[in-house]
Design a protein around this ligand. Sequence first.
Ligand code: 1CP
Length: 341
Amino acid sequence: MGMIDSNFIDACYGNNRGTIPIWIMRQAGRYLPEYRAIREKVSFEDLCRSPKLIAEVVRQPVHRFGLDAAILFSDILTVLEPMGMQVSFPDGGPKLANPITSPDDVRRLQDIDVDKSLSFVADAYGEIRKVLPDTPVIGFAGSPFTLMCYMIQGKGSNNFDKPKQFLHKFPAAAEELVNLLQSVVSKYLAMQIKAGANAVQIFDSWGGILSKDDYLDWSARPVNAIFRSLETYEVPRILFVNNIAPYLDILKTVDCEAVGVDYRTDIADVAAALPNKAVQGNLDPSVLFNTRERVVERTLQILDSLEDHQNLIFNLGHGIQPETPISNVEAVVETVHRYRS
Ligand code: 1CP
């Protein structure tokens, strides 16, 4: 379980002496023509439930670019459907038909048997291993707070005002909800590890909108409980926080091997503040729309800013965008892989 020789795994533990590893947030997706070709025939919802097709879209970017890690193809919201949320992706983005607006809505949610209701995810790991026998595969889930954001807001948002208000209007119901999500996400990530995930990442995409006190209570605390429940599996645990800078002192107390750094934050500051953790990031995905020369320059700027490269996993500072020129992705991968050789 979780045993695979790789620079990516070594870097998570801070002892990679080989080539610097790179993977790309949202690496399977619409910027790839081979992904679009599959999506012409199958909806995103159906794709997420088809283990063989999942394996194919997971494989595509790894083989095209020579990436050092694969990531499960799914969505952070997939886990919410069996809990009783109606989730769809009408124009690419998520839409929840029955958002949570009251404490009563929290009470009607189901705790779930992940083996039963998400068996297609476990099956996907079997199919991924067949097409990528030697590549580490990252399992993932959303943080409880980030999941709450979509459950309460009902869709994407810039400020998620409704979930932030819910925490303060209905603190008891919010606590009930966060505890339920903590339990479900723990079980879900354990299932992914048992099915073949070699590392796990929690996406805290929206924790970064919270005040520090609320971040500690509503995001760091449940995330830490989830990570601690996974300790015995001995796979690296990665926490991505979109807007990590305000919370560095809190993150010292979170049990994980690596932190994902957003593009706004100086990655060298994070490495200095968290000397016992690996860092993952953090090229601004928008830079990939610039010239090749500028892309290489900005990639080198990140690499040169760090003293220690044994604990670096190169990545973007958030998800790659649909119209991204593929040649610039190649330029980043080439620059990272050549840096130490
Ligand atoms: O290779 C991969 O990384 C693809 C697997 C993957 C992952 C890791 C998908 C497929 N989604 C995610 C995580 C995810 N989903 C996050 C965390 C990362 C982040 O911060 O971007 C979040 C917030 C979501 C929710 C979601 N689902 C969004 C963002 C909405 C918003 O608020 O801005 C979107 C656009 C989706 C749909 C989705 N998920 C994945 C894909 C490829 C798509 C687009 C569907 C399509 O048209 O094919």
